[in-house]
Design a protein around this ligand. Structure first.
Ligand code: SIN
Length: 285
């Protein structure tokens, strides 16, 4: 049995991106028609929130598999028996580093840009969410790109950026400490600063500051300044949406045209527990 389009209702969440869908029971994975409807909603709105779920990791994985191939990230803790379903928890500590509390993704970024083929989508399922704080913020990188003057867009279109799991040229926000052998297995990759979305054909800024080592053929400090300026530009309120989590939300976002940021501002002792799945993507162009 599959979940069907039936009585679902969509509600726009933000002015510039994000839509919620209610009336779905994902104990059964979406059928082909529903999967197509959800994908269209995601492509048009960049962030899709499926409300009110209460499912296990198997049903979650089966649903996300209708969007694409789930990927395994071996360095992130996962649900026992489900290597592609990783966990994000208020109890997370940097166990390979200083042992301190870790808020994964607390800086503006797009996921896994250090890969030659970075993930296309990220999915977070809010199993426990705090009463206050812990929002996830999103920036619409199509809108940020399109708002730039034409001459600047033409210049940015020519630039290429070296991405690394751990950039050598500067220390940026705090991230999980990665075992040296895993770092060694991830050589630097080069991606365009502006990418063309393979499904919509639209151009978007492609930025993940914590993974960007330098801009090719540009003096290092000047490249860092340009990236910082673009992050400041893209994260202005008119390009952003802030998701306030409800328990049971499954939020899926398109990493090819958004940045996002976790907030660790919930009270000490409050629980936030998410299951995360990433979906395979293509080499950016
Ligand atoms: C992430 O960066 O994937 C996590 C976002 C969040 O926990 O809000």
């Amino acid at each position: 049995m599959s979940a069907t389009a039936g009585d679902i209702a969509f509600t726009k969440l933000g002015g510039v991106m994000a839509i919620a869908v209610e009336g779905l029971d994902l104990h059964h994975a979406p059928d082909a028609e529903l999967a197509k409807t959800l994908r269209r909603a995601l492509l048009d709105n960049l962030v899709l929130c499926i409300r009110g779920q209460s499912i296990g990791p198997g049903a979650y994985l089966a649903t996300i598999a209708t969007f694409g191939e789930p990927l395994v990230r071996p360095e992130i803790p996962h649900v026992s028996g489900y290597p592609a379903v990783t966990t994000l928890s208020s109890d997370d500590r940097d166990t390979k580093g200083d042992g301190k509390r870790l808020i994964a993704g607390s800086h503006w970024h797009s996921d896994d840009t250090f890969m030659a083929k970075p993930c296309s989508l990220t999915c977070l399922y809010g199993i426990e969410v705090p009463d206050t704080g812990g929002d996830t913020e999103f920036a619409n990188m199509y809108a940020a790109y399109e708002a730039l003057p034409p001459a600047e867009r033409r210049h940015l279109d020519t630039l290429r950026v070296v991405h690394m799991m751990k950039p050598a040229s500067r220390a940026v926000g705090r991230t999980r400490t990665i075992a040296p052998e895993l770092l060694a297995a991830r050589p630097p990759v080069v991606h365009p600063l502006v990418r063309t979305h393979p499904e919509t054909g639209r151009k978007a800024l492609y930025i993940s500051r914590n993974r960007m080592d330098h801009i090719v053929d540009m003096e290092i400090a000047a490249g860092h300044q340009l990236i910082d300026d673009l992050v400041a530009h893209a994260t202005q309120p008119q390009f952003c949406y802030r998701h306030k989590w409800r328990r049971g939300d499954i939020v899926i976002w398109d990493d090819r045209c958004t940045m996002h940021k976790a907030n660790g501002d919930y009270p000490e002792g409050a629980r936030r527990f998410m299951n995360r799945i990433i979906v395979a993507g293509d080499a950016p162009y």
